[in-house]
Design a binder for this molecule. Sequence first.
Ligand SMILES: Nc1ncnc2c1ncn2[C@@H]1O[C@H](COP(=O)(O)OP(=O)(O)OP(=O)(O)O)[C@@H](O)[C@H]1O
Length: 337
Amino acid sequence: MSREIQKHVRPIWPDTGYVVETAHAIVNPASGSGRPARAWPALKRRLEALGLRVEEEHTSGPGDATLIARQLLQRGARELIVVGGDGTLNEVVNGYLGPDGQPIARDAVLTIVPCGTGRDFPRLFGITRPEHAVSLLRDGEVCRVDVGVVQYRSPSGQPERRYFVNMADVGLGAETAAWVSQSAKMFGGFLAYLLGAARTILRYRSRPLELRVDGDPVHRGPTLMVALANGRFHAGGMRIAPMASVTDGMLEVFILHDVSRWQLLTSLLPAVYRGGHIGHPAVQHWQARRVTIHAPEPLRIELDGEQPGFTDVTASVLPRAVAFRVPRGTCEGMGRG
Ligand SMILES: Nc1ncnc2c1ncn2[C@@H]1O[C@H](COP(=O)(O)OP(=O)(O)OP(=O)(O)O)[C@@H](O)[C@H]1O
């Protein structure tokens, strides 16, 4: 390893004395309409020129990043680079944490190379371009972030459990994400989700559901969307939870009540990009450690841009469960505000 990497890497992990020698990249070639093929090879060469050995594995389809991450960690890998979007990151987090909610390796750290369509989770830390990975690996700080865990029904009706790191939602958001992941990625994140949201608003109607927050029944009735936010951003930059912290052990819970399509399109949709929906009479907000959503008719759910199944949903938080490399000073900046 070159002196430069030694110098910069050693202080990152002072409590264990661990020094990064090999980083393992998990590359989703399908993220962001093929962005990894354009961004990753040159970035990898830059990292290698700094003395870091980089090994890479490409995913071949849904679920693969979970298996690859799990196997790498079990074989002793400690530095994982996630080259993809929030969906790939979600899969890697599901390999990083075992079924008991504990990390497979507590000293393993994830570095994000943002290559997806929405890229909402890394946006939280100002990680917006693939090149940021160089400075993260050289002198980023390790930030342990909370993770949400959701129980839901698979498409065949079986109970399943999955972690999310940024956002879980039911209704309008999940339907928008389903359409974007099928059809609109070539427009890029902001436009794809804006088009998707407008299209879904014109077609979707409210559905009855019941919401419990930390055991208390807080809502029962027609609902357009429920969002459980760990991070602040959603759907290509919507500031859905401006008060959220990924280190406070809580989820921000939002309900969008039944309002007219006109109000949604002309008032709420533009407002959500600057967080201006907070305080709107159609939007209600709670903080919670545990949330349940019961709907008589199964509703699609979204976890970090993926749509693994349907309601009913039970969600809770695992405090500080996954370690990420983030720009110095941004981890504690994830407190409220
Ligand atoms: N080789 C592959 N071919 C097709 N799809 C793949 C492949 N490998 C993984 N996938 C799937 O690609 C999907 C999308 O990945 P990802 O979310 O990273 O990109 P994105 O949707 O463009 O970004 P974002 O979630 O940030 O909007 C995931 O569901 C993942 O399972």
